[in-house]
Design a binder for this molecule. Structure first.
Ligand code: ADP
Ligand code: MG
Length: 263
């Protein structure tokens, strides 16, 4: 696989975000957010609407530029504005190539409507990684099987349920051999009866040791799967801890109020 200019990195921390500041116009959306994630760790981010959760994930894979702070993933510095600035600067092409190995699954299934499930899964490996078509098809079918959809390989997104589309979206992200997976409310747009099948695929990934950062309101998933829960409000990380601690004994008043509303 192509590693771009990534350095070999065996350090325990795979995501390092330091003091991320992000404005939209005059609106301060991320106010010095710092978070470190270990290899194989599952971190769930919770918090009210508008607290900056999506923006934070989007900064991590360079879909948004930050105003200041530092982002490093698996030893590769994606952004560095005003913190270290002593390492090599990467070109935007190198950054784009690196970020193709950061998997992202959004709330809205964003599959290409004119492509089958299989074509959606293999387009990245074929176009970005120049993988041979046959090899990509083999990989694609393997991944569709993994998410329980091998029999839907030739179906178009419009012929699939929301839960199935979201599972294809996960298979598509996995096809790029991601170093980490970012999930932004992957089940929020689903009918309740379809939530479980997507969460089950995510649980399996977690069991296999994938590093995952998951924004979700599924507290059952957080309790069962998360190694750590982070509560964000108004652009700041207010509190973080073990799921058990956060859910049963939150220390901050704002965390308590939020949990009372949703539990
Ligand atoms: P969350 O995911 O926690 O609901 P978001 O990260 O989506 O929060 O949004 C945080 C704040 O940033 C909100 O006030 C939102 O209106 C604003 N915001 C998000 N994206 C944009 C954008 N592209 N342009 C301007 N403001 C934005
Ligand atoms: Mg959001």
């Amino acid at each position: 696989m192509n590693n771009g200019n990534a350095v070999n990195n065996n350090s325990k921390k795979i995501i390092i975000a330091k003091e991320i500041v992000k404005y939209f116009g005059h609106n301060l959306v991320l106010d010095k957010v710092s978070l470190e994630v270990n290899r194989g760790e599952v971190v769930v981010i919770i918090g009210p609407s508008g607290s900056g959760k999506s923006t934070f994930l989007r900064c991590l894979n360079h879909l948004e530029r930050i105003n200041s702070g530092y982002i490093e993933i698996d030893g590769f510095v994606i952004e560095d504005k005003g913190l270290h600035e002593k390492h090599k600067k990467h070109s935007s092409k190198e950054i784009a190539r690196f970020c193709s190995q950061i998997g992202m699954v959004f709330q809205r299934f964003n599959l290409f409507p004119h492509m089958t499930a299989l074509e959606n899964v293999i387009v990245g490996p074929v176009v970005v990684n120049k993988m041979k078509k046959e090899e990509a098809v083999e990989l694609g079918l393997e991944l569709l099987e993994k998410v329980g959809l091998k029999d839907k390989a030739n179906s178009y997104p419009s012929q699939l349920s929301g839960g199935q589309q979201q599972r294809v979206a996960i298979a598509r992200a996995l096809a790029m051999k991601p170093k980490v997976m970012l999930f932004d409310e992957p089940t929020s747009a689903l009918d309740p009866e379809l939530v479980g099948e997507v969460l089950n695929v995510m649980k399996e990934l977690a069991r296999e040791g994938m590093t995952m950062l998951v924004v979700t309101h599924e507290m059952g998933f957080a309790r069962e799967v998360a190694d750590r829960v982070v509560f964000m409000d108004k652009g700041k990380i207010v509190e973080e801890g073990l799921p058990e601690e956060i859910f049963t004994n939150p220390k901050q008043e704002r965390t308590k109020q939020f949990l009372q509303k949703i539990l």
